[in-house]
Design a protein around this ligand. Sequence first.
Ligand code: ZN
Length: 471
Amino acid sequence: MKLRLYNTLIRKKEEFRSLKKNKVGLYCCGPTVYNRAHIGNLRAYIFEDVLRRVLEMNAYEVKHVMNITDVGHLASDADEGEDKMILGAKREGKTVWEIAKFYEEEFNKDIKSLNIKPPTISCRVTEHIKEIIETIKKIEKNGYTYESDGNIYFDISKFKHYYNLSGHKPNDEETEARVDEDSAKRNKSDFVLWFTKSKFGNQDMQWDSPWGRGFPGWHVECSAMSIKYLGEQFDIHCGGIDHVNIHHTNEIAQSEASTGKHSWVKYWLHNEFLVMDKGKMAKSAGEFLTLTNLEKKGYNPLVYRYFCLGAHYRQQLKFSWEGLDGALNTYNRCKEKIIELKEKNEQFKETEYQEEKTEEYMASFTNAINDDLNTPQALAVMWSVLRDEEIDTREKLALLYRFDDFLGLGFRSYFRDKVDVPKEVKKIMAQREDARMHKDWQKADKLRDRISEAGFMVIDTDDGPKIEKGE
Ligand SMILES: [Zn+2]
């Protein structure tokens, strides 16, 4: 099956055709580095990584660009609220520059431990102020801006395709409800391109511009940097579904207003939220979970990756500890089976496989991922292969490695740890088994926590529990 992707712009799946032969330009909205990424944000980067891998499996060379928002921005998607970076700096008694540098590094660590391929180009906003100013100058020259109360605004009434991506109508309640009143605006959805009148007196990050000393609005960085690295038209733009109504809508307006060309981006892909019992997980909503929180509780970050792959990216994924434990058990069973295969094939070299059945499995896997990245289906095919006792074990391993080029679960690096288990831990293991026999799950969980506190990890396999050194 040829690659088909769901394009938000036309609200259906369509066959993917790149603008240039065998090459894809991919832009993904990156993090605002004023705090750690929460696991809901990280779901978006896992989805984008999976997208990149499916393109690569379809023999495209992908140029993947992501911005790092290291300037201060406002606390909501609209141009309102408090500045996020200043809030972070106040909270930690650091300068905004230190905050940005620290959290960018933390973000890169998270990405690495989730086995997400680093973008071809990561671009910091503070290093692209010149390009941002040039973009605003072009938008201004083409007649889409006005100055009001010291700031430069984009006039959405001048841009006739403004509601194409969101599918909303002007004055639609859903859009307008998210934009707060600002008496300086001509239209409610107008937005700032350049601030000279900061609400924050001691704003550290400011630059000279034709409109006065100040700093860019949030949306314009993505237009300026994507065009710089990917050209005036490129293939795919991604982000969380929360970006559709405002951020991505504004990006399109700015980009097309600056270049004068329609169809800036051909395919728009959006991932759904990770939801908690209480609703969407968001940094601005206060409490949130980070990858470090999960690691502290003994979960390998790849277990979280596995958990995300278990749901289609366009479906909301409900986070619960029980759900994560389910992913942990399945991930560990899969890991165990791969280690067993490796042990049976110590001299294994990755070569082409011969059997017809292996080809059939590869075709089912490709069909699943080419159907708008159907990761749950791809995992189901992987499990059929793991359970199939009829295929040659060498072919099986070769096939699973091919699958992992897409899944990114790190099959090639699985090895059995040689572990000396202290007596005390063995005793807790036995108690846990006893609790499980009596279906006392709460007690069993507590005992597992004690085992992980001691630096070990229990893996429940088909042949009973096994123990490994903790991750
Ligand atoms: Zn963006």
